[in-house]
Design a protein around this ligand. Sequence first.
Ligand code: ADP
Ligand code: MG
Length: 710
Amino acid sequence: MSKKDKHHRGISSYFGEMVFGPEAQSGYLSKSAIQEIHKAVNDGHAIDRSKADEVANGMKEWALEHGATHYTHWFQPLRGTTAEKHDSFFEPTGIDTGIEVFSGKALAQQEPDASSFPSGGIRNTFEARGYTAWDPSSPAFLLEKGGVRTLCIPTIFVSYTGEALDYKAPLLKTLAVVRKAATEVCKYFDEKVSDCSVSLGVEQEYFLVREDLYHQRPDLMYAGRTLIGHAPAKGQQMEDHYFGAIPTKVQAFMSDFEQKAHRLGIPLRTRHNEVAPGQFECAPQFESLNLAVDHNTLLMDIMEACASDHGFRVLLHEKPYKGINGSGKHNNWSLVTNTGVNLLSPGSSPQENLQFLTFFINVIKAVYDHADLLRASIATAANDHRLGANEAPPAIMSVFIGDTLQHVLEDFENQTSTGKKGSKTSINIPNIPEILLDNTDRNRTSPFAFTGNKFEFRAVGSSDNCASPMVVLNTIVANQLMQFKTKVDALIAKGKDKETALREVLRKDLTSCKKVIFGGNGYSDEWVVEAKKRGLKNIRHSAEALAAYMSKASVELFTNLGIFSHKELEARTEIRYESFCLTIELESKVLTEMIQNMVIPSAIRYQSRIADNVSKLLNIGLTKDQVSAQIDLLTQLSSLINSAQVLNNKLSAEVDKAMEKEHAKDRALALNSKVKPLFEEIRAVSDEIERLCDDSDWALPKYRELITLN
Ligand code: ADP
Ligand code: MG
């Protein structure tokens, strides 16, 4: 490989070596084939059949040379992270002869037996065939597992009847739509702009736990989070973990997965401790959105796969521990023109600033108009433990923009004079200080924050596929930009000059949506009251939030822009309700088992030892008064054991009752309102038993052990 010569040291000497990107392609493909790929990536048109054969052949040669024997279409079904089905290049030609082949057809399309992937009812079993189709905008790569390398080809996954069954297919559609809408609006400012792209940088938070302890906690193993566990004496109160020194073993793990990621072209750049003990974060350099989503999905797989080598397990769950900060995935999003201008970067001239304000205000308005949908896009059973649970960020969708921009918007809105027609200097928008880039207030409590030159959607769950929230964000922004353009054009058609028209529409839009802007403490009770006054919704439960997908406004939005058909939207919503139910059902099973087989027996063991002790002491002549402490403990334990048993039975009964309901939505709502509260009640009882129990009788690793890594 050409770049891996002596001039490259450090990460750049191996970055991307497992990727069939432009550099590798140049060694295996003709110029015209590379051009064809380039066109497919940039203009989205299908690759010519004969060129597809050449690309496939080049890819195969490259893969073989790097030790792969098999290839797979790699896709992101609607549950789990990624899916693969491996096929070999090998084709026997005789009894003891064979060749390696890979055709353009096999590259372009495959039919995995996909009947077990969730389809929300779209694919009945008789038409179980779904097919995967190559996405040339995300390069093929070699994934290594157990020393075996496989060529992975990123694909979309659709049903035989054409409905999307994965995360990527709709994401690509939204990208096309938002790129076009942004480009059209850009033309008001710069005729030379002929395309825009969307960038995404994903900050990934995660916890690490010692693997030996992990295996002793059925809740961590099966639910990804602790369902019981008494708070440790030293938890997060000290706040000494954030940006502290990274423990040695953790450092080794980070460096290992980073290297693997770098070989795969994932541009990881930062690593640090997070707020909670045992919690960490990594972040790549931002990339084109589709690639960033693929990379984040791949990264989660890599992290999980290599943690064991270091004696750890990665917990990507949004809330592994009660009372300790949860994990999110900050989605840093921006729009960039093909002339290299970040549309969310405030400029140094009034003209540039009008362009900035246009995109800035349009995004805010989109968030305001479709806050419910944005909330729904991050709704999962796991994320409920963060959103609306007195923790970052709240379930109220608001936008943080910082003081400087708040003043800029106020000035912009209140200034009524539009100045002299046609004169650029009449725009009179104060220059937005360049310093803004560095001084963006870091309001960590906001779910959607402007941070200098990008918006950051922070309410996304740490284990989620970013595609769902990005599908919604792209769609609502595209829709808003299109409506904006229609209104501006109408004013221009009535004879207004361009700047006046732009300013007039922007001002009106701003007035209508400014309620969503909030710079205060998002965790406070005052904000809950204030938000209510402003008419902003606070949908605390995901089971309730999901309904927004099927609201009249959402259905219209998605169908008008051609992102989802009504049927697809219904299916997706169904799958999300189902996922919610599966999670709660699984958690309740694990919890019931733990209470029955671990917690109650622990309490009884301890209780017997105390009873034994009491009877021995009484035997040798001590009075009841003298053993009253023990007797007290016995009584407390007895009543806790009774409560645990009663609640456990109640939990099983409530789950059964909820699961009898016919529709997934009703099951989800019942699990949410009847079952989830019982989790808390049982936990309180169990945690009290843990508090009282002798450590040697307690069957589970405790929080203080779980969160300590060195
Ligand atoms: P933090 O928000 O914790 O300070 P960083 O400043 O390190 O984090 O950046 C967070 C992420 O935002 C990184 O992935 C970075 O590449 C990304 N980012 C920076 N600028 C942009 C942009 N214009 N568009 C999208 N993502 C961006
Ligand atoms: Mg951030």
